[in-house]
Design a protein around this ligand. Structure first.
Ligand code: GDP
Length: 298
């Protein structure tokens, strides 16, 4: 998995170094500092981190070694500082059980796969897991989640295509409570095209959950596809508005992704980043490690 993970972030890193190439050994005058700052922003790092790197470089603490390595070290340190504040695993600590984890995100982001990965992870931690197929809009989504549930060996509550998602969630919580499930993971529709409908549907799910347990949903995880770059930031914005978001999972970091957007997201929203997706199997979910990721990005 490690190689796969590296693959994703290394592209950001290569791009960074590509952008920084030619600066090695040069004096860091204002024009050069501007260039470095712009290169970092072009790598999706976000203006604040880029600005702090610029500031540190301008302070001349690296006088003797203003070459690529020195710059990268400063970038890595600043990136780690930002990411360390948001790296947080999902804890299962709700009482009474079940802990309800609502999973949201646009279609194609990797939501279904991430649910399967999370279910598998929690099972490995000896928790009892249940799934709820709350994306009733797409028949394929229900079928896909069912297949995953069978493969992983967890119960799933489903309904007919076009059925009432909130009703499924109600049934699922009832069943989960009855059999002592620790974690109930709820899939939801990802139709951003119709924001009003999506908002109404998620609000209804929240109302139903709240009636059964005022603390639910305990987690609202937004799944983001890292290959969409800056688009991921727009999705955070919209889903914060329609659903509230408590944490992020970034998928497809094994692909051609530019992981730098994680830094921009952390900087702008400060939302916890719980895990990253590094492939298509149920084992391809990794806890988010700020130090590791920062060394790879830079
Ligand atoms: P959904 O529409 O959001 O539920 O997305 P899916 O879970 O169906 O995923 C869409 C596609 O992305 C599928 O082909 C998945 O196998 C793939 N996918 C999901 N997560 C990852 C990941 O971390 N890495 C890679 N390479 N592919 C992923």
């Amino acid at each position: 998995w490690h190689d796969k993970l590296l693959g994703g972030f290394r592209r950001t890193s290569d791009r960074l170094v590509g952008n920084l190439a030619g600066l090695g050994g040069a004096r860091l005058d204002d024009a050069t500092l501007d260039e470095v700052e712009e290169a970092l922003i072009a790598s999706d790092l976000g203006p604040e981190t880029a600005g702090r790197v610029r500031q540190r470089l301008s302070e001349g603490t690296f006088e003797r070694d203003m070459e690529e390595l020195g710059i990268r070290l400063v970038v890595a340190e600043e990136v780690e500082k930002v990411l360390a504040q948001v790296a947080r695993p999902i804890g299962i600590d709700a009482f009474p059980r079940p802990q309800v984890v609502l999973v949201i995100g646009v279609n194609g982001s990797g939501k279904t796969t991430t649910i399967a990965k999370l279910a598998h992870l929690f099972m490995e931690q000896d928790y009892q897991v249940m799934l709820a197929a709350g994306d009733t809009f797409r028949a394929a989504a229900i079928g896909q989640l069912k297949t995953w549930a069978e493969r992983i060996g967890v119960p799933i509550v489903t309904g007919p295509e076009g059925g009432d998602a909130a009703g499924i969630v109600w049934d699922a919580v009832k069943q989960a409570t009855a059999i002592g499930t620790d974690v109930l993971i709820v899939d939801t529709a990802g139709r951003l095209q119709n924001k009003r409908e999506l908002m109404d549907e998620l609000a209804k799910i929240r109302r139903v959950l709240g009636r059964l347990n005022p603390a639910a949903p305990h987690d609202v995880l937004l799944v983001l596809d890292a290959t969409t770059g800056q688009n991921a930031l727009n999705q955070i914005e919209v889903f914060k508005e329609v659903a509230g978001v408590t944490g992020l999972v970034m998928t497809k970091l094994d692909g051609t992704a530019r992981g730098g957007v994680l830094v921009a997201a952390a900087e702008r929203y400060g939302l916890p980043i719980h895990a990253i997706g590094v492939g298509e199997t149920m084992d391809d979910l990794r806890p988010f490690d700020a130090r590791e990721v920062s060394r790879i990005i830079a």
